[in-house]
Design a protein around this ligand. Sequence first.
Ligand code: ADP
Length: 380
Amino acid sequence: MIEIDDLHKEYTLNADNNTVFKALKGISYKIETGTFFTMLGPSGCGKTTTLRSIAGLERPSKGQIRFKDQIVYSSARNLFVPPERRGLGMVFQSYAIWPHMTVAENVAYPLTNKKMTKAVLKNKVEEMLEKVGLGGYGDKLAPNLSGGQQQRVALARALVGEPEILLLDEPLSNLDAKLREQMRHELKHLQKQIGLTAVYVTHDQEEALAMSDVIALMYEGSIVEMGHPVDLYENPKRRFTASFIGISNFLPSVKHPRRSQEYVCVENEFGRFLGKDHSTAAHDHCDLSFRPHNVRLLREQTEDRLNTGKGIVTDLLFLGESIEFYLVAGNKKIRVRTHESSLPREGEEMYFTIAPDKCIVFDAEGQSSSNAHIREKELA
Ligand code: ADP
């Protein structure tokens, strides 16, 4: 178990006039043993600073970090356990393996000062190489391997000391797309097989969704939202989550007095829609958010029914497994993704529906009563 409590990090930019940059603004979370935990967020949001603080490579300004019952950092107690006594495995984007050593020597390196016979050491190294899919590669010189194989060597070296916690900072980002996808599966399988607690850093939302048990989505030194990938994707509580993870429509709307017990009703160019209310501001202007793949096309006209609308098809894209296009009404448009086999035609009028539980009402951009600073990438 890892527990981080109210972690702050300030970097001094100019000591003369005391200007500081607040890289972490009170990060708190708890990671249960055996969990694959991912910090996800745009570049510069503080992921690596948090990970390096867990590793002991960075000294935070304030807060506490605890592994099970061992406190490894506490500002209140002025306590800081150095990295080599934290018992962690680490893998970084740059493989950082020794070029003059063989694969086996690289993997054995962390065990050089441990008391064990040569035969035990050899066994441990071979076993680890086997686990990461490099059985039989021990005698090769490390630089002669491909990028993917070198990253496996780095992984084997991080795991050979049998750490309970593995820290990974964008370990797949130097690999090509196909290999990256394959390694996701392998890494996740290995983590579950060994029962490791993994703390993973990435800016790649697809990678985070595929691998994690829990994702902490970060922005500007704070955690915006934390949860299981399916929950963050299907039911984001925050507007930033809906925009950063996957693709969402944000349709400017106005709240309508009609509402049900479960849902709020909003009105826009396309019609009236019931949706889950995740807005916080007191006024009526809001955005209706939904995923392009949750828009269902209808065969027949459905004038004036709730959660239905019509629009003109534009910008049709054929994507192999699916098709994407926009539906336009007035000066507003929504993005639609469908697996339907019959292609709509450009300029054709189409009716659609979106189930109320797939619709979420957020504050209009910049109108949130909290985290108003969050700017989002949005659909036009
Ligand atoms: P991420 O991993 O999410 O991309 P980082 O944790 O590396 O972000 O950095 C968070 C912020 O702290 C960034 O704005 C970065 O420029 C800043 N930062 C990191 N290290 C230093 C440093 N040594 N001095 C000043 N600012 C730093």
